[in-house]
Ligand binder design. Sequence first.
Ligand code: NDP
Length: 436
Amino acid sequence: RKRNPGQEEFVQAVAEVSQDIFGWIEDKTEYHEASILRRIAEPDRIVSFRVCWEDDDNNIRVERGWRVQNNNAIGPYKGGLRFHPSVTESVLKFLAFEQTFKNSLTGLPLGGGKGGSNFDPKGKSDSEVMRFCQSFMTELYRHIGPEVDVPAGDIGVGSREIGYLFGQYKRITGRWEGVLTGKATEYGGSKMRPEATGYGAVYFLENMLKHADKELDGKAAIISGSGNVALHAAEKLIDKGVKVLSLSDSDGCVHDPDGIDADKLDWIKDLKMNRRGRISEYADEYSGVEFTEDGEPWDIEADLAMPCATQNEIGEDEAQKLVDNGVLAIAEGANMPTTNDGVEIFRDAKVLYGPGKAANAGGVAVSGLEMSQNADGISWDTEKLGSMLQDIMDDIHEKCVEHGEGDDGKYVDYVKGANIAGFKKVADAMLAFGVM
Ligand code: NDP
């Protein structure tokens, strides 16, 4: 905290990981003699830059952009770009730190990074978003490359933004290369990438339940968010026989006691992805649906919870409410949506709890597969990618069990499992390189 004044999110993420790693490395002198954890918790570098663009009324606007390159011990830096007014250096440092462990868990050669801007794409015209993205890339391009750093999308950066960013990179460098992932399939994007994070989080949830002799079919779930991750998680849950009761956005939460079925979800997808509408419109369209302004879904009774919006959505009170309502399992589609106090409540109550760095790793895993396809100039089909995604999520679950299962062989501490398994691979690579 002294070393990173005012960077609360970053301090929170490092504290959560350190707790598990300190216990594990206690008798492993090679790691603490080499100060590995301290080195992983200090980004390799942070680039901060001005992004200047002109709005539709010819006003000159100035935003701030960043790229945090946290660690490239096991592969090129990899992690999304976030465009949202809440973006700060602290938020991006926490995301880049978490990404390092997540990418390690995928088993693919990917280092950890993250970037973005406090620019808010909401309410901006397509031309404004295009001009912003072009200006952002005019600085970013010199810091990235297919073997250096490969950004992707995140909150506020979807296929439209990736298109503008990729176009500008290509224009400046004159090179078509796999420097961004999450591209549209017409120009080198991977099939299954849009679905991968949400579907992967459901596969992880299913694995946690199976390991505890339970199943998804017939359960009820609450989901927050209504972006890429939330909608694909909802789609896969519905497909697996789960009744989805809620979705949300930054205006509030919708509760549909009858359940959001596949047809209703198609309507919501069109609303959010094509018409860029607000989730409250769902309550106007369908009867029996309740919209709560500024509301969140955590007090709705359900078996399963999937936070898929943003960091720190579930604090101590919300976590306690979920436990009191008898939640069986939580799988995080978002990054660090639960505060450390909330995590302790889940751990103490021994509910199944899959942290984001494990549960939402499916997205970056398919991004890694997009890099392989670009490097080889090939395109795999949906079936092959779907089964690779399932295998990767199964494998991440196994690694978490290996390092997180208690002595009683019953309760799996997935946070501990993910932290140790993610750390070990990066730490071993850093040891091999010597001190640097
Ligand atoms: P989107 O931009 O597609 O959707 C984000 C959703 O969360 C929107 O419904 C948004 O509402 C809501 N939201 C964002 N910020 C806030 C806030 N401060 N308060 C309340 N609601 C908010 O992003 P994604 O679905 O891609 O990302 C969601 C989460 O998943 C993030 O934590 C991201 O880091 C994580 N993630 C995403 C991956 C991916 O592949 N996309 C991969 C791994 C993790 P509104 O539209 O009103 O802002």
